[in-house]
Design a protein around this ligand. Sequence first.
Ligand SMILES: [Zn+2]
Length: 349
Amino acid sequence: MRSLILTTILAVTTGPVLAHTGAVPAAPAPSPAPPQAKTVEFKLQKLTDRAYCLYGRGGNVGFLVTDAGVVVVDDQYEEVAQGIVDQIRTVTDRPIRFLVNTHYHGDHTGGNPVFIKLAEIVAHDTVRPRLIEYPETIKTTFPEKKRRIEEEISAIREASDPYRAALEKDLGLLDFILKDALSFNPAKAAPPGLTYDRRMRLWLGGQEVDVMHVAPGHTDGDSMVYFANEKVLHMGDLFFNGMYPFIDTWAGGSAQGYVTNIDHILALVPPDTKVIPGHGPVTDVATLRRFRSFMSDLIASVDTAVKSGKSKPEAVRSITMDQYPEIKPTFRTLGNEIAVAYDEIISAR
Ligand SMILES: [Zn+2]
């Protein structure tokens, strides 16, 4: 049940935070629905005459309706994929021509077995091997990662210690990813058939769709997708609106990469662009810019901690980001973000 991976993680590990995320308009993806649920309540948001955001269960779906067909970005889970198609059918009967996977995570690619019969699936080069081969790597490497984290946790006595809390979140995630990999069926993989390295443009019905990979951020295969004529941008999971990001360092993610990606896109899109985050409600460029500041301020704080000789646990215990109260913990704590930035700074030395 590979496609269920992040819903399972989000559903099981977010706990009370779901109440918060459920309070924002157009319910974001961290859904309390159990993974075996077959139905989902979709919410379709029209952004322009041709561009839409569809909220369901999993990463936000964006789609563009052109006179020559539809371009879809991300497809949530297999069991809701037909529902996504049905939602698209409520606004157009044009064929679905392309599906872009913004990255490999199962809550953005789970619908591929359905969409592969309808459309060409497009993604960054690394998404294809991650969908086909990565589960095997997880099976062989994650037990040792788990063991090391368990060892670290057992050495911290204080139950409310923020570093211990961050480690426990990591352990929970590793556990779910490992369980998911163990049940992975390679025969069911529906990987992208069209992959690219840095940038590709899809031209359809007089519309330009700009698909860009700038640097590893959320994973090593992130795409940002810009519906240029409509001024609508899908950030994939390089942007969670109102939540701490999940920097998937196990799949090549990077804290600094978030800043690099956002700087790149901010230089490209006009200020009145509508922004679809991977999770959370559609927002604007100003909110994306603010998230960029959060990431750069976080990295700067960790850098200061490293320079003053603090250990990683000391950095986690001492840094707060109180100036960004709107960015909340979910299945990631601030400690997880600090720990990632800390490891990155140390390894770059
Ligand atoms: Zn993701």
